[in-house]
Design a protein around this ligand. Sequence first.
Ligand SMILES: Nc1ncnc2c1ncn2[C@@H]1O[C@H](COP(=O)(O)OP(=O)(O)OP(=O)(O)O)[C@@H](O)[C@H]1O
Length: 244
Amino acid sequence: MAIFPLRIRDLRYQPNGREVLAGIDLDLGDEGITLVLGPNGAGKSVLLRTICGLIEPDAGSMTWGDEGIRRPEQGVMMVFQRPMMLRASVRHNVALGLKPLGVSAAERRRRALAMLERVGLADRAEDSARQLSGGEQQRLALARAWLTKPRLLLLDEPTASLDPSASGEVERIIREIRTDGTRILMVTHNLGQATRLGDDIVFMSGGRVREHTPVQRFFARPQSDEARLFIQGELPWRMRFHGA
Ligand SMILES: Nc1ncnc2c1ncn2[C@@H]1O[C@H](COP(=O)(O)OP(=O)(O)OP(=O)(O)O)[C@@H](O)[C@H]1O
């Protein structure tokens, strides 16, 4: 079942009256990597969690595909900045996502090992997942999501605490996942990474989407003063937290 285009209209999340999402409008087609940029507290993580179904919005609509499905039953996965690792081997942790899909144990093992090859963790397959470094855990989490062949993958700052080499490895895997046909929506604070990976940029502040433009245009000719100041690293704090 087609889940794109995803159409988000006037989406609001207001816990205790606080406007965390203040009327999000966003359209996502079925291809590419969209990077979500914006200052701390803009609502980027909350938007991803809402799209994933982890947060119930207070108002607005989110419809998937031309049939306007309210929530797809499968095909949407999210990887967090600090991924959850079961107290089990790397291989078991990767195979985890296949269990609910009814894949046999032998096939889960085969596919998990093949996937570990692709993310450069084959030699760690039988090690404890919790002993992996931060970068390796992030690769494991990407492998776990990728194995389920999601249509949409939501990534919340996947390289936030990684060194440049580990970040580069994660970026390579993200590109491969995209080439494999998965649509990606990813939050980052790394503007270099946004230019390397992104097809388009969603710029958020104050719980709203201020711009949604192709990556080159965003950096060459930002439409709003806020985006221009953000790119220059000069967005004043009051705009960061309260919107324009
Ligand atoms: N359940 C909640 N109840 C109240 N406030 C919340 C809740 N969830 C998030 N917030 C607040 O909403 C704001 C937006 O949070 P969010 O984590 O989405 O920001 P962000 O843009 O991802 O920021 P950062 O770049 O720092 O990760 C924050 O001020 C956060 O404290």
